[in-house]
Design a protein around this ligand. Structure first.
Ligand code: CDP
Length: 229
């Protein structure tokens, strides 16, 4: 059967990973969460002291990039693959608001993107991949057969993320989550290297008021029409 590449881009908390996982499971494709990789690099920068009161020391981080090894690994008892940094499972800490507050400036560094994009392209080289992020349809896989661009209002997205963080036991305020969503929206779409934008040929879906089932069925039918033309 023909295998395709599915690229899903959009702002924070637009439900990219939910639909990506649903599609990967249904089609038996691999799922790659590219955001987890940028979060891992931000976490590394925090651990190494490259992010301090005066902000991010981009030069120090770039000089240390060769010392970063990233992989997705299955952990027994867990449904999804976890992000590993230099052999350590960092899945939980990279999802915290503290990392979300540092990740966008890290992801704006051209050398960071160059390293991660090369890994992502290798992961998807055989097709049969669903990857989500900010530049998947524009830079990582511009030739992807199916490109999606998900949107929803900032308020809707912040409510989703706030609930997720509370469910994980993190004590955060809604205002802090909303501010983070808005700050990242701005940085991610205004940076010089690979800013978030709708890729040529991408299907735009505003899911502010759309149920998960409806969204899944709509997107799956697009995928089927490309797989069995
Ligand atoms: O989960 P959420 O939608 O909030 O974000 P994410 O997909 O985990 O991505 C975290 C951050 O990584 C984004 O805000 C971007 O700054 C960066 N990112 C990126 O620049 N390019 C990608 N392909 C994926 C994420």
């Amino acid at each position: 059967m023909k295998r395709i590449t599915i690229a899903i881009d959009g702002f924070s908390s637009t439900g990219k990973s939910t639909i990506a996982k649903q599609l990967a499971k249904e089609l038996e494709y691999i799922y790659v969460d590219s955001g987890a990789m940028y979060r891992a690099v931000a976490y590394y920068a925090m651990q190494q002291g490259f992010i301090g009161p005066n902000g991010l020391d981009a030069a120090a981080l770039v000089a240390a990039l060769d010392g970063i090894s990233l992989s997705f690994q299955w952990v027994p008892g867990s449904e999804d693959a976890a992000m590993f940094l230099n052999g350590e499972n960092i899945e939980a800490p990279i999802r915290t608001l503290a990392v979300s507050q540092q990740v966008s400036p890290v992801a704006a560094i051209a050398e960071v993107r160059e390293k991660l994009v090369a890994i992502q392209q290798q992961m998807g080289a055989q097709k049969g991949v669903v990857m989500d992020g900010r530049d998947i349809g524009t830079v990582v896989f511009p030739e992807a057969e199916l490109k999606l661009y998900l949107t929803a209002s900032a308020d809707t997205r912040a409510h989703r993320r706030y609930k997720e963080l509370l469910d994980k036991g993190e004590k955060v305020s809604f205002e802090a989550v909303l501010k983070n969503v808005q700050d990242r929206d701005y940085i991610d779409s205004h940076r010089e290297t690979s800013p978030l934008k709708k890729a040529d040929g991408a299907i735009e879906i505003d899911n502010s008021d759309m149920g998960l089932k409806e969204q899944f069925e709509r997107i799956l039918s697009h995928a089927h029409s490309l797989i069995h033309p």
